[in-house]
Design a protein around this ligand. Structure first.
Ligand SMILES: Nc1ncnc2c1ncn2[C@@H]1O[C@H](COP(=O)(O)OP(=O)(O)OP(=O)(O)O)[C@@H](O)[C@H]1O
Ligand SMILES: [Mg+2]
Length: 507
């Protein structure tokens, strides 16, 4: 008997222009959590997709549960006992939660009809296990990103698998949902199930993994017991060099010129934001802190014309403006980089150039209303290289890029639009440490050029490390402001829970 439930050896996979996997070895012991780490584009998701039957490897051997396997499609992998929580959520939005969970696997009752009652009942039990107490008949469309991610987790544990692959499972979860997931992971371990865990969140990795494997540029670097690893060692092996600081030095100067003033913004939805007022200065990075559910995204979407307002005023450069739709926001040089890139952000089948320029097309219209393609390509090229997007060419479809690189293309898009006010909602979600540094550098440089930036982030270190000033929200209301030098984890958390009564969610 082998010590391993899974042995992948010498796996190779080439895409046009990219050697995504080059002789990669990966071995998983049953009943353990094995973290798979590496920079954006290192090949983590590709390795897992080769195992799961989504991609077909060019070479190498996979032994699962003592037998050599070669899954031709995901269904074969699932039937054999492998489950996967995908990095890019793929819910079918017009179906209910229960239908999504049982997709392709519906329980049949009398006359071979789908047994909806049974399906809903079993889904309810699964949802409770992941801490979701909502009706299984709810349409996916009505859920928040974090709830969708929990549904995805429920779906993965529903298959009675021997291996569960989790590719960035916590990217949108609230802290209490993360705790629930960790409890689930413990119970899976107790059942001797092996877990492959992919994440860019160092603290999670060090907390829950037994072993850590690292990949770099499609190659296998090594495997270590987690107890022997530190953040610094992991980073060094991931990027191949030492990273001395996580944040670039600040070079922007905040002016006293108010670029944006927001006064009493209130949503018609009583559970959403109310009476939000703040000012944003030229050259400033205003961080917005708060727990998931604080209505930060909703407030920013309203500023961008994606949500209706009950009342409140917005002025830009001292002039009152009406923003009812994104075109109004764009006309006032406001840009929004959304949190849920798959549904609001990217156009998967279009090329990088198309995706990066879509918001700025007007700028490239020349004489006779024709698109000046050369100019467009120049701007995109410069932004794509500025952000170091890892891609064989700018004609590549964005859907085939690694998750973190897709995020960079979205940023490149807004840089092409040359906004005065740039709103970034969780800009570094799913981005590796090296690329995060580059994004912070870009934020810093934009502020130094006199742009005003609003950044929503759930990562405390990022909030403290990048912002000039922090606005904290709690349950739809602004609970306070902190200057860079007075902000600490504690002062932010105190404000983030200020209006909560009874059960407190948080650290
Ligand atoms: N379907 C595809 N077609 C072409 N290239 C692809 C495809 N899928 C992945 N790649 C390329 O393979 C490389 C590895 O990508 P992969 O998604 O495995 O990275 P990753 O390690 O999961 O990164 P991230 O942390 O950003 O999710 C990248 O260069 C990516 O662009
Ligand atoms: Mg990935």
């Amino acid at each position: 008997m082998s010590d391993y439930i899974l042995e992948m050896t010498n796996i190779t996979k080439t895409f046009p222009g990219v050697k995504a996997l080059d002789n990669v070895t990966f071995k998983l012991r049953p009943g353990t959590v094995h973290a798979l780490m590496g920079e954006n584009g290192a090949g983590k998701s590709t390795l897992m997709k080769c195992l799961f039957g989504i991609y077909h490897r060019d070479g190498g051997k996979i032994i699962f549960d003592g037998k050599e396997v070669d899954f031709k499609e995901s269904k074969e992998a699932i039937d054999a006992g492998i489950s996967m929580i995908h990095q890019e959520l793929q819910p079918i939005r017009m179906m209910t939660i229960a239908e999504n969970v049982f997709l392709g696997n519906y329980p049949l009752g009398k006359f071979n009809l789908v047994d909806h009652a049974k399906m809903n009942e079993e889904t309810k039990t699964l949802l409770n296990e992941v801490g979701l107490y909502i009706d299984p008949k709810t349409l996916l469309n009505e859920l928040t990103v974090s709830q969708m991610q929990s549904v995805e987790i429920a779906k993965a544990i529903s298959h009675n698998a021997k291996i569960v692959i989790m590719d960035e499972p916590t990217s949108s979860l609230t802290s209490s949902e993360v705790e629930k997931l960790f409890e689930i992971i413990d119970s899976l371990k107790a059942k001797n199930i092996g877990i492959i865990y992919i994440s860019h969140k160092m603290d999670e990795i060090l907390r829950i993994s037994d072993d850590i494997s690292i990949m770099r540029d499609g190659q296998y670097v090594g495997t270590w017991p987690a107890s022997e690893m530190t953040t610094a060692k992991i980073i060094q092996n991931m990027v191949g060099r030492e990273l001395t600081s996580l944040f670039p030095p600040k070079t922007n100067v905040v002016s006293d010129e108010v670029i944006l003033r927001v006064d009493g913004l209130t949503s018609p939805n009583p559970l959403s934001f109310k009476d939000a007022s703040f000012e944003l200065y030229k050259g400033e990075v205003l961080g917005i802190g708060g727990l998931v559910g604080a209505q930060r995204t909703e407030l920013m979407e309203a500023l961008y014309g994606l949500r209706v307002l009950e009342r409140g005023e917005i002025s830009v450069h001292g002039q009152p403006v009406t923003i009812k739709k994104p075109a109004d926001a764009i006309a006032n040089k406001i840009a929004l980089v959304t949190e849920d890139r798959r549904y609001n952000g990217i156009f998967g089948v279009l090329s990088i150039t198309d995706n990066a320029s879509i918001a700025a097309l007007k700028q490239y219209v020349g004489g006779f209303g024709l698109l000046n393609e050369q100019k467009m390509n120049e701007v995109v090229d410069s932004n794509v290289s500025r952000l170091r997007v890892k891609t064989p060419s700018n004609k590549t479809q964005i859907g085939s890029l690694s998750g973190g690189n897709q995020q960079k293309v979205i940023l490149a898009r807004w840089l092409a639009n040359n906004p005065d006010i740039l709103i970034l909602d969780e800009p570094t979600r799913g981005i590796d440490v090296g690329a995060k540094y580059e994004i912070y550098q870009i934020i810093n440089n934009l502020a130094a050029e006199g742009k005003a930036i609003i950044m929503i982030t759930s990562e405390m270190s990022e909030l403290l490390g990048v912002s000039d000033r922090i606005m904290v929200m709690c349950e739809g209301r602004v609970s306070g402001f902190l200057d860079r030098d007075e902000a600490t984890q504690e002062s932010v958390m105190t404000l983030a829970t200020k209006f909560m009564v009874g059960e407190q969610e948080g650290e």
